[in-house]
Design a protein around this ligand. Structure first.
Ligand code: XMP
Length: 526
């Protein structure tokens, strides 16, 4: 195991991600972790970057025992400065030139013993993001890499396996970064490369059990999407029926969604799930809201919280009567790493999370502790984990679906009739995408309803009916996106879907395809 001590850099979790890619097991702990309190001995220690200056009075510092543990250490950015500071507290200067972005490293291989970190690499581009830099080297160290702005871009201890690098090897903008981490973890620390997702499952289940205790109970909202389902299945494996999943049917889910999710989660995965049909409440509160998308989102979000809180109180009251279980103290959230916007984790592992659009208000209102088993993982890893946990393929690869559901895909007033039309059109579109084998090529697809009517002619009669817009996009991070080009795959696809929708969905006379990129558009219509 490699121990990663987190000094709060926004990239810290990427270090563990890169190590996982190398099949090396690592654990990230707050930088204040005392080595004596660890029940295991790390094979090597990585000191992460961080937003502080080592010479500030309240700057976080590593347990001095770290430097006496007899294992190799790699300091990254702040970690380099922390290492230098440990040897000589007069060392670090505020950089005259801040250095952010790409820089070219020249590697000095003058000393065979210290070039091990850069084995296989000579000159390469790295990602810098720092203000401070070293003023001079502590006596024990030598320089092993430099850039035009940073004479001490890489340093190494003359006798011990201690290395420091000013740049970030964990970001993809440092193309050879993983090789450096591999040189450190595998060649220098001799960490074994036998980590796999199944070990993550075992460890995480253990961790959840310890956290929740023998009697503790957990509640969590599920949506039928991959993140909440994977998180729920993990809880089920860890604590069985002491995990209570709740699906709020807001009347804005996809066609037959509530029924299908219930079936998969309860019959397929054995999860203790309660479905609440609150469609009428949601739709009645949305009545009359015509052209204010933010208002719609707020109504849907607040109603969700009301319904969920009500149910939670009821489940809690029932749960109290269970002889072997205690109170519900925990709220499960399927937060992924990309949702974790900034990490100041040495102040406590879950101190900063991005509040999720839909359930953001929940933790504050419920006075529950958060449990977030996926918070270190990326989407692709969650999918791998889902497969590992036996979650069906089609659920694992499901397109994302927004919390406010088709409420933000019906432009204008959300009425039961509009919901029916949007649902049926969407169902046809997605079924055809699946039938054409295109589902996995597309990141997200749906049908939306425009707030206008157009004229058509059907069966010799003039009609004045609704307009459907189809949207399908390709994206890796959902921050930017382009339309999916069906015509590249199948010249007739869009026309086929269009014909089916107009023929089969009562009340629609036209179908458009949305070609807008993000930016300037967004993926959703509202
Ligand atoms: P936009 O429309 O902002 O969407 O380009 C980016 C991604 O986020 C999803 N999305 C949401 N998900 N609650 C959610 O759970 C929301 O309120 C919400 N708004 C957008 C959207 O589906 C897309 O995947």
């Amino acid at each position: 195991t490699i121990l990663v001590l987190d000094f709060g850099s926004q990239y810290s979790h990427l270090i563990t991600r890169r190590l996982r890619e190398l099949n090396v097991y690592s654990e990230m702990l707050p930088c204040t972790q005392k080595l004596a309190d660890l029940s295991w001995k790390p094979k090597g220690i990585i000191l992460s970057g961080g937003p502080y200056s080592v010479y500030e009075t309240d700057a976080p510092h590593a347990d001095p025992a770290v430097f006496e543990a007899g294992v190799p250490i790699l300091g990254i950015c702040y970690g380099l400065q922390e290492m230098a500071w440990h040897y000589d507290t007069s060392n670090v200067l505020a950089g005259e030139k801040r250095e952010y972005g790409a820089a070219t490293i020249r590697v000095d291989k003058h000393d065979k013993r210290v070039d091990r970190l850069f084995n296989g690499i000579d000159e390469f581009v790295v990602w810098m993001s720092h203000g401070d830099k070293l003023g001079h080297l502590p006596a024990e160290f030598v320089v092993i890499a430099e850039t035009n702005n940073a004479p001490f871009a890489g340093i190494a201890h003359q006798e011990r396996d201690f290395y420091g690098i000013q740049f970030h090897p964990e970001v993809t903008h440092t193309p050879r970064g993983t090789k450096i981490l591999q040189n450190f973890a595998v060649d220098i620390c001799h960490a074994s490369q036998n980590w796999s997702m199944s070990q993550f499952v075992d460890k995480e289940i253990e961790r959840i059990r310890t956290l929740v205790g023998d009697k503790g109970q957990v509640i969590g909202a599920v949506s039928g999407g991959v993140d909440s389902t994977v998180a729920a299945k993990l809880m089920k494996e860890a604590i069985g029926d002491r995990f209570h999943a709740v699906l709020v049917d807001n009347g804005l889910l996809r066609l037959n969604e509530a029924v299908e999710v219930k079936k998969t989660l309860t019959e397929g995965l054995g999860i203790n799930l309660t479905v609440i049909d609150a469609s009428d409440l949601f739709l009645s509160r949305l009545k009359g809201v015509t052209d204010d998308p933010e208002k719609k989102r707020k109504i849907i979000g607040n109603t969700f919280i009301d319904v969920f809180l009500d149910k939670a109180k009821q489940i809690e009251a029932e749960a109290r009567n269970t002889p072997r279980a205690g109170n519900i103290e925990w709220l499960l959230q399927g937060t992924l790493y990309p949702d974790v916007i900034e990490s100041i984790s040495f102040k406590g592992p879950s101190s900063t999370i991005k509040t999720h659009h839909n359930v953001g208000g929940l933790p504050a209102k419920m006075d529950l502790k958060l449990i977030e088993p996926l918070r270190e993982l990326f989407k692709d890893e969650v999918r791998e984990l889902g497969t590992q946990l036996g979650i069906p393929e089609d659920l694992v690869w499901r397109h994302p679906f927004p919390g406010p559901g088709i409420g933000i895909r019906i432009l204008g007033e959300v009425t039961p009739e509009q919901v029916r039309i949007a649902r049926e059109a969407d169902h046809i579109f997605i079924s055809e995408i699946k039938a054409a084998g295109l589902y996995r090529h597309i990141s997200q697809a749906f049908a939306a309803l425009l707030p206008v009517k157009a004229v058509g002619v059907m069966g010799d009669k003039r009609v004045h009916d609704q307009v459907v817009a189809l949207r399908a996009v390709v994206t890796t991070d959902f921050m930017t996106a382009r339309m999916f080009n069906f015509w590249e795959h199948d010249m007739d696809f869009v026309e086929r879907v269009s014909t089916r929708i107009v023929n089969e969905v009562q009340g629609v006379c036209r179908v458009f395809y949305d070609t807008t990129s993000k930016p300037p558009g967004t993926i959703e219509m509202e």
